[in-house]
Ligand binder design. Structure first.
Ligand code: KG4
Ligand code: ZN
Length: 368
């Protein structure tokens, strides 16, 4: 049996305790997510130590549910996969230690994965999975938009990868979370902004489109694919001060949310499409929590040239989950044997020049 046929994935990088069982790197047999969002809402953001304690309390039962949901026991699992980073260190350590204990007790190899790359695999789960392993899908561009990232990763068919764009300050999700706070819409901000925006006019207020050249100031070419969202947030801050008397007016809030969301998505879509054309991209993958947003999904699909394939992660695989962790692990060239000493947690995205998918990687599904 292939050493990676059935992978149990574990994800605890932020405020979701998630475990999933995935077969052959694509068939999601179970995908359990226990969200702590209500615990953190009172603080207006994720508190790392609280996240770690909550993971500790729920990880065992989430693991049991994942195995039960898949109709399998640990004896059926061929490898364990776990997110090592980037993420909150106290939260990551809970998942990592749990994974080490579980793998060791069952004499299984352990695969440590990068959360950022796992999000990209999330766009190819279920029936679409094979496309990430097909040479004709490349060059592949991934737009990763979450609470921690706004980035464009270009992967070539020989698996070489280049981060062609990243945020210089706030991530897209972070900017939506902060905007929701300013507008009194609560936490998490992305879904709250989306809901309010449905009843608002996106053209009502003009928020800046940073690093697009829209201000009339020539864009430095080194920032052509980079993002910057802190200026939009500052502009909303002054907008709220200017219209302080209207903050109780529901229509004003909805119009402000819609206009703000429009500015953020306009920048994301423009830069992504520019990159698609610039690098003759064959497949665009859109993933991360912000990709749950139906307006962003529509805008990016509508703007994309017809000959380019688009894979937007299904909503259940956009936000943090462990199915994407198992899917990436399936494509990783190496698993770590016990006692897994070299696997450690890391907080920031390390530079990388290769992705574990693409025609240059070892094709998924083969014995390795
Ligand atoms: O991928 P994710 O679950 O966690 C990170 O890795 O960061 O992304 C969380 C982010 C949050 O900023 C949240 O506000 C945003 O995704 N988000 C959304 C929506 N749902 C979640 N943003 C816009 N629209 C949504 N529907
Ligand atoms: Zn994430």
């Amino acid at each position: 049996m292939n050493g990676k046929k059935i992978i149990l994935g574990i994800e605890t990088s932020c405020d979701e305790t998630a475990l999933a069982v995935v077969g052959d790197g694509c068939r999601v047999l179970s995908n359990i997510v226990s969200s702590q969002v209500r615990k953190h809402a009172q603080f207006g953001g994720v508190v790392p130590e609280l996240a770690a304690r909550e993971h500790l309390l729920s990880i065992n039962s989430v693991a049991e549910s994942a195995l039960k949901g898949a109709g399998l026991g640990m004896r059926d699992v061929s490898s364990v996969a776990v997110t090592c980073g980037p993420g909150l260190i106290p939260a990551l350590l809970v998942g990592l230690n749990f994974a080490k204990g579980l793998a060791f007790a069952n004499s299984l190899p352990l695969i440590g994965v990068n959360h950022f790359l796992a999000h990209i695999c999330g766009a190819f789960l279920d029936d679409r999975t094979s496309e990430i392993d097909e040479p004709e899908s490349y060059p592949l561009l991934a737009l990763v938009v979450s609470g921690g990232h706004s980035a464009l990763l270009l992967v070539q068919d020989d698996s070489t990868a280049k981060m062609i764009g990243a945020t210089l300050d706030d991530a897209a999700g972070e900017s939506l979370d902060k905007a929701a706070k300013l507008l009194g819409l609560g936490y998490p901000g992305g879904p709250a902004i989306e809901k309010a925006a449905r009843n608002g006019n996106p053209g009502k207020f003009a928020f800046p489109r940073p690093m697009t050249g829209a201000s009339g100031k020539a864009l430095d070419q080194s920032n052509r694919f980079n993002f910057s969202f802190s200026g939009v947030k500052t502009s909303l801050y002054y907008h709220c001060k200017k219209y302080a008397h209207s903050l109780e007016d529901l229509q004003f809030i909805c119009d402000s949310a819609a206009s703000y969301q429009e500015a953020v998505f306009d920048v994301l879509v423009r830069k992504t499409i520019d990159a698609v054309n610039c690098f003759s991209v064959k497949t665009l993958a859109v993933c991360g929590g912000v990709a749950c947003n139906s307006l962003l999904r529509k805008k990016i699909s509508d703007a994309l040239p017809g000959h380019v394939r688009i894979r937007i992660a299904r909503p259940e695989y956009c936000a943090d989950n462990a199915a994407m962790v198992a899917a990436l692990a399936f494509r990783m060239p190496q698993a770590t044997p016990p006692p897994y000493c070299e696997l450690d947690a890391f907080s920031r995205l390390p530079p990388f020049i290769r992705a574990p998918f693409g025609a240059g990687s070892i094709p998924g599904g083969k014995e390795r």
